[in-house]
Design a protein around this ligand. Structure first.
Ligand code: DGJ
Length: 743
């Protein structure tokens, strides 16, 4: 049993051996949050844990009670305007223009397992892996019913939350704001952590003290965005990578989101996440229902690595399609940076031939194969092959690639169109844009109205035709612009506030339909690199193209930040040519591979331009990855040193049984006459002996943890002067240590 209920006091305690989450029904029948954090031994009664204090100038719940004021009570699901003046989780408008909700507790139910969210991605689990508590609340006057769903996973420090609204009244209710989760974390000062950036430098790590007021990260772009990730955390100021309390939330959603902390003046931190309320409005007719996306709440008392381990575990076992979740992914050759749009069939075949010689397993043809796409200003939406470039069609090309012993993959950008395309000429009403207003282009393209089911069906048929008539085992699903001038010709004037949410539901519908028709398809999601790297996408596409920035040194920060939440198995990472196309940097080939090994590995270059020496090195890299990919993709990933703090970055993966580990060390700039350097490897078996594949040296687990692998061994210079060590020094250096338990 993981949910304990005190029927008399109406107290709910969700717990497992890691966490406790407690709330109760107050005298006014609203829900009061009591505790969230490390597992506690709880005596079943909360009366002595309830905090109240006289708060001058506050609105109170009862005439004769000076202390029950919602503005300073920790709440479970705060609504707007009724005495709690902090940020609300729910806000609605009734037909008479009022918006006050009095959500009163009605009943509860518990069930083993968890149910699917209609039309939306969510975590899943077997009956014996989790338990769900549903709290039924009702606003008597309007008939609005609110169901709060909490699922606690048995072995993980994870609770998922979602909300269902049901209009059981006779009038329309407009939902103005509905967040998926809100928790009032006990009064203490915390640091706020989030992952933010831009194109080419997505998901950088930010940490700053939480202060009274609101700190928000968000997207109003129609996609979860390069700019902020739907993730927020509160860390105790002393919490580090390995120690201390961290509370976090991640939203299983790919559209507009809001993740924020509202710190009140008593230092209570209201942590919340959900659909962004900006221009969101959903009309709930009588008997209508609305589901919020799912929020994932992870609490760690083992610092940020503890938090990440929980997310990685949850997503690998309860979010990513089980068909792929534990399956080694093929080594890719993608032609984008090798050719961009400028290719012929012969050029592609010659790249594929060399790729196959190198040991590549999946050849991916990127943008440029369809319509008359020679430049990026035409043909999106015209998903039929350009026979001038590919005279034997996609099926002919796929066959040739298959004959070379590789699988074949293809790029699509299903949500877009160019003005120079048949789809836009024939169906101008299918494009998002506001009547009478200039429809602004981005990369010469416009967004199709996925809120309109006809559009989704049309694109499905075109894609299905291509996928059914050629042997295609992988799709790269790209999305290269955000939504501006949002307005849908399909929706009536009163329903325009539904567009952004309907849009992303349409995207999910297309994913569902394609995967139902082609269940073995491996999809990699992409949005100009990492502009839609979120758990919603991961539910359908087990891997995401992490960033268009393929420079190894830039990738240290991007992959380090991404790893806070997302597992290595979801991080698309390719070796590209130098000078790097995004930053012009020249990094060694081994460092480029050493970074990309910690992801779904591949190459993105023209292999026919490689020297013989580079070819040999790449063959060895591919062999190494194939030998070790289960460990690299699915081992427990731990961050050891941060690129945001130091010249060095270190991270590792290890098997749960501690038999094997791979440790990586990276350095940005070389330092003259530097101090001694070691790589400490925590968490192995202290008394066991481990051998390093790369140099044959053996260390005990406790030596590895406490002393570390020595990076500066003694070197004897024959001339009495050690010039070899200096000759071997380089910027952008890296080393990989592959450890196996020998005794
Ligand atoms: C943006 C993607 O991130 C790239 O990898 C590539 O697929 C281009 N789009 C193609 O237009």
């Amino acid at each position: 049993m993981s949910i304990f209920i005190n029927e008399q006091e109406k107290t709910f305690h969700l717990t497992n051996d890691k966490i406790s989450y407690i709330f109760r029904v107050m005298e006014n029948k609203q829900l009061e949050h009591i505790y969230y954090g490390s597992k506690i031994v709880f005596s079943d009664s909360v009366s002595r844990l309830v905090e109240r204090s006289f708060r001058p100038v506050s609105v109170v719940e009862f005439d004769n009670d000076l202390t029950t004021c919602l503005d300073s009570i920790k709440q479970e699901f705060p609504s707007s305007g009724g005495g709690d003046f902090r940020e609300a989780a729910i806000d609605v408008t009734f037909e008479n223009g009022s918006h006050i909700l009095e959500l009163e507790y009605n009943s509860y139910k518990t069930a083993k397992g968890k149910t699917k969210l209609p039309g939306m991605p969510a975590t899943f689990a077997n009956q014996d892996e989790c338990e769900t508590l549903t709290i039924f609340m009702k606003d008597e006057l309007s008939g609005l019913e609110v169901e709060l769903n909490y699922t606690i996973f048995n072995t993980l420090p994870v609770i998922t939350r979602s909300v269902r609204l049901h209009n059981n009244g006779n009038e329309n209710i407009t939902i103005e704001r509905l967040l998926s989760a809100s928790v009032d974390i006990p009064d203490q000062k915390y640091d706020v952590i989030h992952l933010s950036g831009l194109w080419g430098r997505e998901r950088h790590f930010y940490r700053s003290p939480a202060e009274p007021g609101v700190k928000a990260v968000y997207s109003t772009r129609g996609a979860s965005s390069h700019h902020h990730n739907p993730f927020i955390a509160l860390a105790h100021p002393e919490a580090t990578e390995n120690h201390g309390n961290v509370y976090s939330m991640n939203l299983v959603y790919s559209g507009n989101f809001l993740a924020q902390v509202d710190v009140d003046n008593y230092y209570v931190n209201r942590l919340m996440i959900g659909i962004h309320p900006n221009r969101f409005q959903w009309k709930l007719k009588p008997h209508g229902e609305f589901y919020s996306p799912e929020a994932v709440l992870v609490f760690s008392d083992k610092g940020l690595n503890g938090m990440s381990h929980a997310y990685h575990d949850l997503y690998n076992n309860h979010l990513i399609n089980p068909k792929w979740a534990h399956k080694a992914r093929p080594v890719v050759m993608n032609n984008w940076e090798g050719t961009y749009l400028d290719f012929t069939e012969d050029k592609i075949i010659s790249i594929a031939e060399t790729a196959s010689e190198l040991g590549v397993e999946l050849f991916v043809l990127d943008d440029g194969w369809f319509g008359k796409r020679d430049l990026d200003n035409s043909s999106l939406g015209d998903w039929y092959v350009n026979k001038e470039k590919l005279p034997n069609g996609i099926d002919g090309l796929a066959k040739k690639v298959n004959d070379l012993g590789m699988e074949f993959g293809l790029w699509f950008e299903p949500e877009m169109s160019n003005s120079d395309s048949h789809i836009m000429k024939e169906h101008p009403e299918w494009i998002i844009g506001t009547p009478g207003r200039f429809r602004k282009p981005a990369r010469f393209q416009y967004v199709l109205d996925y809120g309109n089911p006809e559009v989704v069906e049309h694109i499905f048929e075109m894609m299905d035709d291509i996928l059914s008539n050629a042997n295609i085992s992988y799709v790269k699903w790209d999305m290269n612009r955000n939504i501006s001038e949002a307005y849908s010709a399909y929706l009536d004037s009163k329903s325009q506030g539904e567009l952004m949410h309907r849009y992303i539901l349409g995207v999910y519908t297309l994913y569902d339909k394609l995967l139902e028709r082609h269940p073995n398809l491996l999809i990699e999601s992409c949005a100009s690199g990492g502009g839609r790297f979120d758990p919603g996408m991961l539910y359908y596409a087990p891997q995401t193209w992490t960033s268009d920035d393929s420079d190894a040194i830039e990738r240290l920060k991007i992959q380090y930040g991404t790893s806070m939440v997302y597992p290595v198995s979801s991080i698309g990472a390719h070796v590209s040519a130098v000078p790097n196309h995004q930053v012009g940097r020249i990094t060694p080939l081994d460092t480029r591979a050493n970074v990309a090994f910690f992801g779904v590995f591949g190459y993105e270059l023209d292999p026919n331009k490689l020297t013989e020496e580079e070819m040999q090195e790449i063959k060895e890299q591919i062999k190494y990855y194939k030998r070790n990919r289960e460990l690299l993709l699915f081992g427990e990933f731990t961050r050891l040193a941060s690129p945001f703090e130091e010249n060095e970055t270190m991270w590792m993966v290890k098997t749960k049984d501690k038999e094997q580990a791979i440790v990586a060390w990276f350095q940005v700039l070389s330092i003259p006459n530097d101090g001694y350097r070691r790589v400490r490897v925590p968490g192995l078996d202290p008394s066991a002996l481990y051998e390093i594949e790369e140099n044959g040296l053996q260390y005990t687990g406790s030596e590895l943890e406490n002393i570390g692998i020595v990076l500066t061994p003694p070197i004897r210079g024959e001339l009495g002067f050690d010039d070899t060590a200096i000759m071997n020094k380089r910027d952008f250096d890296s080393k990989i240590f592959t450890l196996r338990k020998v005794k």
